[in-house]
Write a protein that binds this ligand. Structure first.
Ligand code: DGL
Length: 260
């Protein structure tokens, strides 16, 4: 069982930002990454549809004998993780916006959170947000249109810059000192966000935390791969245009088109 791959899925190419953290933390693990780009963005869909797509992705990965599933998507996690955990026996790791470290460390008592509509309107997000909002202003912003631009490779475009400027404006007016990236596509915006934000605003995402949590859960379940042979990492996307995902991953890993 421990030799089997880790399964990881996202609504599209964004979860590769999580996969990269995982690969650094767990270099001996094999993995299968599923990008459901045909159905991206999930963030505008209703809860039932997000659950249906998350079940489809999980079953694909379980049919490939994955030993553990990582939901590399805040929207799918916040809407579907409890259903998936109830339905399947393998360990399932999710990702949620890192409100806690931002709320605990803010000096200005104001933090910003950029995420999809699906994440910000979920009960799971509300529960976490309520836990840490005491005495703090949390400026929530839906990142409408961002995922689409990243999916089409336009993450360094003028359009993106205009969108980000408009989304950051209310946050800067509230004097935030932390910006929480609540979508796994958004780490690809860090270079542009760093340019647009004043120096004292820190940007945080949940990638490293998810990688560490995955390692801890594999250890707990005795599922860490003990073999030192070169692991296999496979990447599937259900769009014929594999270029964007390929460029995000670099040349070392090959992206395959697959209908699913
Ligand atoms: N990467 C997904 C997330 O973390 C993007 C959601 C979407 O497809 O809208 O939320």
């Amino acid at each position: 069982m421990s030799k089997q791959p880790i399964g990881i899925f996202d609504s599209g190419v964004g979860g590769t930002s999580i996969w990269k953290e995982m690969h650094l933390c767990l270099p001996l693990e094999s993995s299968i990454y599923l990008a459901d780009s045909l159905n991206a963005p999930y963030g505008q869909k209703g809860k039932d549809k997000i659950i249906e797509l998350s079940i489809k992705n999980t079953e694909f990965l379980l049919n490939k004998n994955c030993k553990l599933i990582v939901i590399a998507c805040n929207t799918a996690t916040t809407n579907a993780i409890s259903v998936l955990r109830e339905k399947y026996n393998v360990p399932i790791i999710g990702i949620e916006p890192a409100i806690k470290p931002a709320a605990l460390n803010t000096q200005t008592k104001a933090i910003g959170i950029l995420a999809t509509k699906g994440t910000l309107s979920s009960a799971l997000f509300h529960n976490t947000s309520n836990l840490y909002s005491n005495g703090i202003t949390i400026v929530e912003q839906v990142g409408q249109g961002i995922v689409e631009l990243i999916e089409t490779g336009n993450y360094e475009s003028i359009e993106m810059e205009m969108l980000l400027k408009s989304y950051l404006k209310p946050m800067l007016e509230a004097n935030i000192d932390y910006l929480v990236l609540g979508c796994t596509h958004y780490p690809y915006l860090i270079p542009m966000l760093t340019k647009l934000l004043p120096n004292h605003v820190k940007i945080i995402d949940s990638g490293l935390a998810v990688a560490k949590q995955t390692k801890a859960v594999l250890e707990q379940h005795n599922l860490l791969n003990a073999e030192t042979l070169k692991p296999k990492n496979k990447f599937y996307i259900n769009l014929k245009n594999t270029e964007v995902m390929q460029s995000l991953l670099g040349d070392t890993f090959y992206v395959d088109y697959l209908e699913f």
